[in-house]
Ligand binder design. Structure first.
Ligand SMILES: [Zn+2]
Length: 165
């Protein structure tokens, strides 16, 4: 096979693609201020401010799925393994931390269902609260199995339901 033919058959996978679903941003906006975290939407982009750093303006293309797919098409990316970035879900109290993780995971699942061959989610868990992390992880095993496959380490575990990626 010629190199050019091989290139046509390659399906590039972006494994470092940040996703800020609106549902996660809504939780930030509503409950962040109690923990000195601010979210602000502006015409030029959105802003997130924590004690650790100020981000923004961040582009709405990391929120909007249609725009994401259009960007992937323009870049020749076949699949994205989407992940959350700062401020993550590892802060606040037990309830809020879990709520942030759930909002992200629900949205990533919905994105995968909408674009099952293009978008995948790398689960985020409220790791400061182990019981909550397990609660959030167990019903979502199919997502993590997909993510493990994507990363190329499908482990043979005697307790697969608890093997975190
Ligand atoms: Zn990153």
């Amino acid at each position: 096979m010629h190199a050019a033919d091989r290139r046509d058959k390659v399906a590039p996978v972006d494994i470092h693609a940040h996703f800020f679903p609106q549902a996660y941003l809504d939780v930030l906006a509503e409950e962040g201020p109690r923990f000195n975290v601010e979210y602000r939407a502006a015409p030029e982009g959105f802003y997130i401010k924590t004690d650790a750093r100020a981000q923004g303006p961040l582009p709405y293309r990391v929120v909007d799925l249609k725009q994401r797919i259009a960007d992937m098409d323009a870049q020749g990316i076949a699949m994205q393994a989407m992940s959350l970035t700062g401020p993550m879900s590892h802060w606040g109290d037990e309830e809020l931390s879990h709520k942030l993780a759930r909002a992200w995971n629900d949205s990533a699942s919905a994105a995968h269902q909408k674009y099952p061959t293009r978008l995948f989610g790398l689960l985020t868990l409220p790791m400061l609260f182990p019981d909550r992390a397990i609660d959030e992880f167990e019903p979502r095993e199919p997502i993590t199995r997909t993510a493990r496959r994507l990363h190329g380490h499908e482990h043979q575990s005697s307790r697969p339901r608890r093997s975190f990626i």
